[in-house]
Design a protein around this ligand. Structure first.
Ligand SMILES: NC(=O)c1ccc[n+]([C@@H]2O[C@H](COP(=O)([O-])OP(=O)(O)OC[C@H]3O[C@@H](n4cnc5c(N)ncnc54)[C@H](OP(=O)(O)O)[C@@H]3O)[C@@H](O)[C@H]2O)c1
Length: 222
């Protein structure tokens, strides 16, 4: 049985990743800030672990608890949107949180769990088209765009460093999805986004490691 670890697995895309991988017969490790309140994931007998991605103690403890185990797929899904903020009204107070959750934590988690990821294993960072510099058409979101651009850059570096170990790394854009973050005005349902991303993850190989890939499989330019 293959094992997937999902961060931010208590709601939104993370919860749906956990649900779909469980349904597909994977062992699911659902990491979230308040695992005691993750009633749905508990019902699928997922393994529920505590992880505030901003806490180094939590990350160290996660790696310790899982020592000796194998993680075939790590999905760095937890994310924070600090608001769309327009120029002239920027609030810099939440930038550190945004960088921590969206860019620094995924790298820290990958680094901590690396000994558990076997050759052929995969690390997926949930990025965003909003973090593509090539696709930027304005409309604010300075902080969110910057953090996801940083995550994409980290994804590329990790892919290069881990290629000799045959560990594949990619950033995935889930589409504009109906979650708390995406709002009900979004284009697509959570289930559709995640099932498409699962297809992309399944096809990830040495030919497409280190890329930013849309949920429909199209490569998005940086
Ligand atoms: N929805 C979209 O349209 C869209 C588009 C592009 C990219 N994305 C990306 O997709 C990912 C999932 O987003 P979503 O749409 O599912 O958003 P969401 O429904 O708002 O869920 C965000 C998740 O991140 C978790 N999280 C935030 N800060 C955390 C922390 N410090 N430690 C642990 N978990 C933390 C939340 O946990 P709590 O419940 O504890 O807050 C929650 O599980 C994010 O990386 C987001 O940037 C989403």
């Amino acid at each position: 049985m293959q094992t997937v670890l999902v961060t931010g697995a208590n709601r939104g895309l993370g919860l749906e990743f956990a649900r779909q991988y469980h349904e597909a017969g994977w062992h699911v490790i659902a990491a979230s800030r308040q695992p005691d309140e993750a009633a749905q994931t508990r019902a699928w007998s997922a393994e529920l672990l505590q992880l505030d991605v901003r806490s180094e103690v939590d990350i160290r403890s996660l790696a310790h608890v899982l020592k000796g185990r194998q993680i075939d797929l790590l999905i760095n899904n937890a994310g924070y949107h600090p608001g769309t903020q327009q120029l002239g009204q920027l609030d810099y107070s939440n930038w550190p949180t945004a960088f921590h959750v969206n860019a620094i934590a995924p790298l820290q988690i990958a680094e901590a769990l690396l000994p558990l990821i076997p050759p052929g294993g995969k690390i997926i960072n949930i990025g965003s088209r909003l973090g593509s510099i090539a696709c930027n058409e304005g409309e604010g979101s300075y902080a969110y765009r910057a953090t996801k651009a940083a995550l994409h850059c980290i994804t590329r570096s990790l892919a290069i460093d881990l290629a000799p170990k045959q560990i594949l790394v990619a950033a995935l854009h889930p589409g504009w999805v109906k979650t708390d973050m995406g709002t009900s005005a979004a284009d697509i349902e959570v289930g559709e986004s995640v099932s498409n991303m699962r297809n992309v993850i399944a096809t990830l190989g040495s030919h497409n490691t280190g890329l930013l890939i849309n949920y429909d499989g199209e490569v998005i330019s940086w």
